[in-house]
Design a protein around this ligand. Sequence first.
Ligand code: NI
Length: 383
Amino acid sequence: MNAHSGPGQSRTTETRRRPRRPRTGRIAVLCAFIVPLAALAFFLAPTGHAGLTKVVQVNGTAISVPSGARVSDLAELSALVARDGPTLDVAGDVTALEGGLPAVRHLDGLSLDDVYHLRDGAVITVRHGGPVAERIYRQSEEIPSETVYAGEGNIVSFVQWGAPGQREFYDGMFSGKRAASLVTTPVTHTVYRLDSTPQPGQKLAALTFDDGPGTHTHSVLDALAARHIPATFFVLGSSASAYPDIIQRMRDEGHEIENHTWSHPWLTKVSAETFNSQIQRTNAVIGGSRYLRPPYGDTNSTVRARAAALGLQLAFWTVDTRDWERQEVEAIMSHVKAETQPGAIILMHDGGDNRLQTVAAVPVIIDWLFEQGYSLTTVDQIL
Ligand code: NI
């Protein structure tokens, strides 16, 4: 081959030219042989003459097989081994080697198992089956709305109502594994604001309860506790001494405890000595007080002066619910709605009689006051 390069040519030219001419010559020579051979094979192949081979493509790789080979003869060929896909759980872990998509073994687009003859140039495609994930089931649960009290102090204002949310879970049917969880409806919380001093423009109202403690006082306290509403209790010393546990609960739950005398006399009709005894015995039981609410609202300048001498200020009311008449809640509410103004001190009774109607009215009054934009607090924040 080197004979073609001339002595006067540069080395660069020589190397560039050298492969060309011999290749052209070689192809021509090969063609001269192959074409007749191919033609011969074409005519001989159908007769299955021994010594000739067929070429099949298995996943793109050419494989020679003996002439006359059938599909069944390929069974031992490792390239044709394909397995079905595995089963996966929702986390992607294999839970079984079977159960996935079936393996693919195709010859010219037909299932390999259905073809008998293996023709020359056949295209065989072999593929493992893909995985199949377990089924997922969906569950949902409610996200409960909570009640939030923001801030500190005994002035309670309503800010917003809450609503429950919804969360969905997607779990593997068999593994029980959690594939995903998502909030489909966000929860909103019921919010109250607490202040320790009145804010500019804030409308205040105070719930007050007289003549207790008694057998219904716990129910009143429960109704107040349900909304964390502070109230003011004008207690009788004689009852307070009989129910020290209720007095303690009032204190623990942030209520204001004030003086309503020892035994509920008409204060304009008692002696100075009796007056002082009524007040001081009660103070001894409740640990002192700042306000005196005279029974029946019965007062005059003497009562005022005697109270002041003991360091007490008189405290009356601006809204008389007349709950002591044992009216229905609606009737109680009609008084509240008609008489409530900013700075309202609302009179009710937790002692002295059956107070079921008062217990029932408490949450209704609270809701109505909040709806009207009132903040609820104790008497000492208003007087
Ligand atoms: Ni009273």
